[in-house]
Design a protein around this ligand. Sequence first.
Ligand SMILES: C[C@](O)(CO)[C@H](O)COP(=O)(O)OP(=O)(O)OC[C@H]1O[C@@H](n2ccc(N)nc2=O)[C@H](O)[C@@H]1O
Ligand SMILES: Nc1ncnc2c1ncn2[C@@H]1O[C@H](COP(=O)(O)OP(=O)(O)OP(=O)(O)O)[C@@H](O)[C@H]1O
Length: 354
Amino acid sequence: MAPRPRDLVGVPTPLATVGRSTGSGDRGPSGSAEVRVRAPGKVNLSLRVGPVGPDGYHPLTTVFQAVSVYEEVVATPAPDRTLSVSGPQAEQVPTDAANLALRAVELVAARTGIDEGIHLHLHKGVPVAGGMAGGSADAAAAIVACDALWRAGLSREDMLAVAAELGSDVPFSLVGHTAVGTGRGDVLTPALARGEFHWAFAVQDRGLATAAVYRAFDARAATTAGTDADDTARTGATTHAPPVPDDDDLALMQALRAGDSHALGRALRNDLQDAAVALDPALAETLDVARRTGALGAVVSGSGPTVAALGRSRQHALVLAAAFTAAGVADRVLTATGPVAGARLVGGAEGPAS
Ligand SMILES: C[C@](O)(CO)[C@H](O)COP(=O)(O)OP(=O)(O)OC[C@H]1O[C@@H](n2ccc(N)nc2=O)[C@H](O)[C@@H]1O
Ligand SMILES: Nc1ncnc2c1ncn2[C@@H]1O[C@H](COP(=O)(O)OP(=O)(O)OP(=O)(O)O)[C@@H](O)[C@H]1O
C-alpha cells in the first residue's frame, strides 16, 4: 500500500521550528509564568567512530533516532538559578553547577545578557549515564525553557550554537526525529524515515562513563594499529579523518526511507559496542537475550550500558522487554517508538497544551 502523508512521521521538522511550540504560549494557558518542556532520549542506529583527534574527541558518522522516552523539565521564575530532580536514578544526578541543564541556563543568560533567575525541575525518564543522552535532553530542554520563560527570542542558530557548546549530543536533543551526525556528532543533517519503529530497552542502574568507553575504544584500536597503518597507506586516509560512508550506511538509510524495520535491524551498528561490552561483560548476555527473542536487531545504545532491541511491532517490543526482565539482565525495561520530535514546549501551569 502506498504510504499516506501522515505515515511520514520521520520527515524532519524544519530546524527553524526548533523548540517552538504549536500549543500554549510561553506564559502558559492562564498567563502563568511556568513553562514545561519535553525532550527525548536517543538511540544511535549507526555509530562509526574515527581515530581520536588532538582535541581528545573522535570524528563520528552517526545516525541518531529520537525515541519516546522523555525528560520533562518544568521551569519557574526564581531569585537564583536552582534545580531539583525526580524520577528513577534521580540520586545519581548532580543538582549543582555540574548539571548540564544549569550549564545551559548560564550559557543562555550570557549569550542574551539576561540577568534573571530560574528554577528547573527535571523529571528523569531517560536512563542516567545510559548512553541515551538523558543529560543532553535536559540541557536542550533548559535552552528551550529559558528562551520561553525569559522571552529571549533566541534564533534556531543561537539554540544550536549553545547546544553544541554543552555537549556533542545536545544539538540532536533539540532537533530530534532522525538525523545524521558528523563532526563530534553535533553537525546534523536531517534524514528521511518513514513509519514508526518499535524499541525495547534493557536499562542498568550502573552507568558507563562516556569518556571511559571512548578510551576503551582507543585501547582496542591501538592493538590493531598495525592493520590500521596498512589501511591508511593503502587508502591514503588521513590520520583523524571521519569514517567514510560505506555500503552498510547506505543500507541503513535505505531501510529508514522505506520504513523497513527488518532491514533496519540488520543494519544496526555501533563501533563503541565492543568497548562497552569489555567494560561491562554482562551486556553480551543482554544482547543474546534480545537475539534469542527474535529481535530484528540489538545494539548497545551509544556509549551504553543500555541495550536497544528492535521489535517487529509494538507487541513484540513488549515481548522483548519481558524477556529482558525474565532473564534478569536488566534492572529496568522501557519500550518506546521512534522517531519523535526534539525538545518542545508542551504547556504551562495548567498542563499540556492541546
Ligand atoms: C556516545 C555518544 O552518545 C554517541 O552519540 C556521544 O558521542 C557522546 O556525546 P556526549 O555525551 O554529548 O559527549 P560530550 O559531553 O561531548 O563528551 C564527553 C566525552 O566523550 C568523548 N567524546 C565525545 C564525543 C566524540 N565525538 N568523541 C569523544 O571522544 C570525549 O572524551 C569527551 O570528553
Ligand atoms: N541533567 C543531567 N542528567 C543526568 N546526568 C547528568 C546531568 N547533568 C550532568 N550529569 C552527569 O553526567 C553523567 C552522564 O549523564 P547522562 O545521563 O547524560 O549520560 P548518557 O546518557 O550516557 O550520555 P550520552 O548518551 O550523551 O553519552 C551523569 O553520570 C551525571 O554525573
